[in-house]
Design a protein around this ligand. Sequence first.
Ligand code: BTN
Length: 271
Amino acid sequence: MSGLSREGIEGLRNPLARVVEVHGALTSTQERARELARSGTPHGSLVIAGVQTGGRGRLGRHWGSPAGGLWMSLVLRPEFEAGFAARITQTAAVGVARALGEVGVEVRIKWPNDLLAGGKKICGILAESMVRNATGPAKVPRLEYVVLGVGMNANLDPEDLRVRDREVTTIRSEVGHDVDLLSLLRALLSNIDDELGRIEDFEAVLEEWRNLNCTLGEEVRVRRFGETVEGRAVDLTPEGALLLATPGGAVELFEGEIEQMVREPRLESGD
Ligand code: BTN
């Protein structure tokens, strides 16, 4: 895989790359990372594939993963309670947005897990958590592990992704040249690690998320569990849920397929 080797990645000495696997091709780095997590691999285990033959997106969708992308999954064993799990996607999104900024791509975060450049998807994030049964006197459920997948459209052309239902872009097409995947990975790991370090003080992450997002203030339609909710996206809650103002009152959403509705043109007054 161009520019990425296990030795090179280990040389980054990043706490999120303590155990590294680099594969030419895999069904899905998410599945491999989950296998490793189940067999006890430590926090900071990283799986990368040059090509995924069965890459998965959110809601069980297919994720096209041809050569040239950065397809990776991290095993995290965060020390915080399971109630914070919903914050992980947004926290990682802030880290990924900062990393993309460092390689010259300005992005916006579309709730819950998309990174958009010029309105087109350039990266998707998939956080899957396993909760440990509550033990001890406090009986607070903890996280056993989280598999954090990042699908970055890097050194390829948008057409290579064969996505027909929405507009996508790639780093190559945004900056006009290929990027060094090891430098991109260094930026991703160090920014994700920094942001995860602030997850318990979520207000700081939230502040950054609010500055980087393109969802708040929009009229949206969200499909989840077979129903549709419409309203105005007003905020992200401290739990990591999207807060919608709907005609029936406030609704908090942790998951869903979001569509931004076209605004009615405002009538200009003459004065
Ligand atoms: C989404 O936007 O729906 C999330 C996409 C996540 C894709 C990444 S690519 C690396 C990892 N392996 C997978 O099979 N999926 C994630």
